[in-house]
Design a protein around this ligand. Structure first.
Ligand code: SAM
Length: 262
């Protein structure tokens, strides 16, 4: 298979895995599914059979026309040649509906894609995503507070979605094999901003501030972000240990600190 390494092209050749990815979406007979990076169509072929509507977004200008031709006889499939990061999900998802996303992601832009998905989930455009990424990144997305992997990406993901680690594949599941293991996650979008009473944009900025320097305490990160020492002293909530680091806090505790310092 011809391949463009710059576009993160490691094509899935494990037949069981491509079926397992589609099965993880659940019943999609009535659903609109957006596929990110269909490549040579390993997952697309199955989706085309099962989904009510399939919209596949492929940046590679040599692959996209081939796919469009291959699925031309299928009225439920649309191939769009586009950079997923530039795609406007609001105009892709049918009005009044939500869509599901699936993709063996191009790993060089995993974080940017995830942030885009969280944003679209919070805007009510997406219900679920089943996405494959580098194992180490998946571990950060799914990590629990207190663990070594927990950080800004974990907190952001878990403010926006319930995260399930489904399975991990070795490099041999792909052609050519990448240098890393790959993990499939299921994200069920369920934003927690209103439940925790926080403003989404302000809380996102607050998370960036408290996670700014991994080795610093919460207090030091907040001071570096411009919070006055007096305010930190007088408003600090009793339930949050002063000398702790952001990666030890639950989302509830982060929200409590945000409210106290607002
Ligand atoms: N889905 C196929 C599979 O599982 O075999 C291909 C997966 S491959 C890891 C990633 C795919 O994403 C490639 O087809 C690549 O061309 C495409 N891609 C890379 N960057 C992209 C972007 N910014 N927007 C859309 N697709 C992109």
């Amino acid at each position: 298979m011809k391949r463009k390494p710059k576009l993160g092209q490691n094509f899935l050749v494990d037949d069981r895995a491509r079926h397992a990815i589609v099965d993880a979406l659940g019943d999609i007979r009535q659903r609109t599914v957006i596929e990110i990076g269909p490549g040579h169509g390993a997952i697309t072929d199955i989706l085309a059979e099962k989904a009510n509507q399939l919209i596949a977004l492929e940046l590679d200008r040599e692959l996209a026309p081939g796919l469009a031709q291959r699925f031309a006889a299928r009225p439920n499939v649309r191939i769009i040649e586009i950079d997923v990061l530039k795609a406007d999900f609001a105009s892709i998802v049918p009005i009044g509906e939500t869509a599901d996303v699936v993709g063996n992601l191009p790993y060089y832009i995993t974080s940017d894609i995830l942030l885009k998905l969280f944003h679209a989930g919070a805007s009510g455009l997406l219900s679920r995503a089943v996405v494959m990424m580098q194992r180490e990144v998946a571990a950060r997305v799914a990590a629990s507070p207190g663990g070594r992997e927990y950080g800004l990406l974990s907190a952001t993901a878990q403010m926006n979605a319930r995260v399930e680690d489904l399975f991990t594949l070795p490099p041999s599941a792909f052609s050519p094999p990448p240098e890393v293991y790959s993990t499939v996650l299921r994200l069920d979008f369920a934003p927690r901003f209103s439940e925790l009473g926080v403003d989404p944009e302000r809380f996102d900025s607050f998370l960036k501030q408290i996670f700014a320097q991994k080795r610093k305490t919460l207090e030091n990160n907040l001071r570096a972000a411009g919070f006055a020492s007096d305010d930190l002293e007088s408003r600090w909530p009793a339930a949050v240990p002063r000398k702790s680091r952001a990666e030890t806090l639950s989302l509830e505790a982060m929200a409590e600190l945000y409210h106290a310092l607002k």
